[in-house]
Design a protein around this ligand. Structure first.
Ligand code: NDP
Length: 452
């Protein structure tokens, strides 16, 4: 099988040079799919794998804007429309200086499978810019968002492509983007998700990715007759996903002891309780400060700056039961995974996209721990975006309890699909489960729709 995978990957690498994150994401999926397709040759014959790796369309555009000093700035904008076999393109926008074509293609590719797993009718897409909102005034962020949407608006629409947030794109940015779309199109439609409550947003959407990844961990624990109660948890990041991961861990009786940002991480053995979390939310969402301030504020907490030269991240080297990587891609390498396992971690539920390197994933599988890969574990965010789209189309809004219940139902359904397709003997390989289950629905739809 590995010869088939290698031959396929040679083609992908030749066609998409330098896009290493995209290659990584494709290889992971292809490794799961090749044995499955050998038993189901109809997919091979229709070249579904080759087609699914090729974006249906991609846009790359100039985003000029003027900063507060009156200086002209130029960024690059992108939108990747990866696959629309099961619904309009759907996926977030990322604003971060590291953004490039390869990163967005990996995210768009993952999104196709993730959206399929949610059971909702959503295709896959992703977009963003190398713009860095950090250190910019609200006025600068608004001018950038308006310029970005001045090009993007012609490519998206409620039945075509519905973007949402991701790293660097939260409620503030979605507001500025929506305002400009509405102004240009003279239309009030559900063209973006993650909107404010007063103008079409859904309750629970801000919480959904973090809550969903904890619900997924709870489902995995349930297969061993266990639960989140009493579990010590390592969480990375301190943005949207990390914050609501901590909130749900607390609500289910667990204890989160770490948080991080690109500057470093904090460790608080006593646990990040609701009061401390409220401080983090104010610090990150309003003051836009650094996580190091947590250790200044709370006695007993320590802060360690990040080191680019370190071989491993000390955040992943504490005694714990569960890990919820919720910052960014490739934040857990092989050494980190070995440290997690050595310290007693037996549940990894990925809030971030592709946070574990291939070496880390191999370590989890070899140790037979409960490992929920991103496309299953963090699908709660896009699922609730799907629920926001439904509410917009129906022109009504569901209660908090109703949305949360649907979210829990969706996370259960995703878990069940992973178990169905990924169980080998007594162990569920959730990587294979998520990849195959996500693939089947999209691939069958592509077969139905002919060669397009
Ligand atoms: P936010 O921008 O709200 O927060 C991102 C957090 O991660 C910040 O603490 C940030 O620190 C940290 N971070 C970002 N890049 C790096 C880096 N290169 N090194 C170290 N730390 C970094 O983003 P979200 O919480 O929305 O997203 C986090 C992850 O979850 C991403 O992988 C995203 O793709 C994924 N995700 C998000 C969804 C959503 O609904 N928002 C849905 C599904 C997945 P700093 O501020 O210092 O940069």
């Amino acid at each position: 099988m590995s010869d088939v995978v290698n031959a396929f990957m040679e083609g992908i690498i030749a066609k998409n040079p330098g896009e290493k994150e995209f290659h990584q994401a494709v290889r992971e999926v292809v490794e799961s799919l090749v044995p499955f397709m050998a038993k189901n040759p109809k997919y091979m014959k229709a070249k579904i794998l080759e087609r699914i790796c090729e974006p249906e369309r991609l846009m790359m555009f100039r985003v000029p804007w003027v900063n507060d000093k009156g200086e002209v700035q130029v960024n690059r904008g992108y939108r990747i429309e990866m696959n629309s076999a099961i619904g309009p393109y759907k996926g977030g926008l990322r604003f971060h200086p590291s953004v490039n074509l390869g990163i967005l293609k990996f995210l768009a590719f993952e999104q196709v499978f993730k959206n399929s797993l949610t059971t909702l009718p959503m295709g896959g897409g992703k977009g963003g810019s190398d713009f860095d909102p950090k250190g910019k005034s609200d006025n600068e962020v608004m001018h950038f968002c308006q310029s970005f949407m001045t090009e993007l608006f012609r490519h998206i629409g409620p039945d075509t492509d519905v973007p949402a947030g991701d790293i660097g794109v939260g409620g503030r940015e979605i507001g500025f983007l929506f305002g400009q779309y509405k102004r240009l199109k003279n239309e009030f439609t559900g063209v973006l998700t993650g909107k404010g409550r007063n103008w079409g947003g859904s309750l629970i959407r801000p919480e959904a990715t973090g809550y969903g990844s904890v619900y997924f961990a709870q489902e995995m624990l349930g297969t061993r007759g266990d639960s989140m109660s009493g579990k010590t948890c390592l969480v990375s990041g301190s943005g949207n996903v990390a914050q609501y991961t901590v909130e749900k861990i607390n609500q289910l009786g667990g204890k989160a002891v770490t948080l991080s940002d690109s500057g470093g991480y904090i460790y608080d053995e006593a646990g990040i309780d609701a009061k401390k979390l409220a401080f983090v939310m104010q610090l990150k969402n309003v003051k836009r400060g650094r996580i190091s301030e947590y250790a200044d504020k709370f006695k007993g907490a320590t802060y360690k700056p990040a080191s680019a030269k370190a071989e491993s991240n000390p955040l992943w080297n504490h005694k714990a039961h569960c890990a919820f990587p919720s910052a960014t891609q490739n934040e857990i390498n092989g050494k980190d995974a070995a440290n997690l396992i050595k310290n007693g971690v037996f549940v990894v539920s990925e809030g971030a996209n592709m946070p574990s390197t291939p070496e880390a994933m191999t370590a989890y599988i070899n140790a037979k721990i409960l490992y929920g890969p991103a496309k299953a574990a963090n699908a709660g965010g896009v699922a609730t975006s799907g629920l926001e789209m439904s509410q917009n189309s129906l022109r009504l809004s569901w209660t908090r309890e109703e949305v949360d219940q649907r979210l829990q139902g969706i996370m259960k359904a995703i878990h069940a699909q992973c178990v169905q397709y990924g169980t080998e003997g007594k162990y569920t390989n959730y990587i294979n489960g998520a990849n195959i289950a996500g693939f089947v629905k999209v691939a069958d739809s592509m077969l139905d729709q002919g060669v397009v």
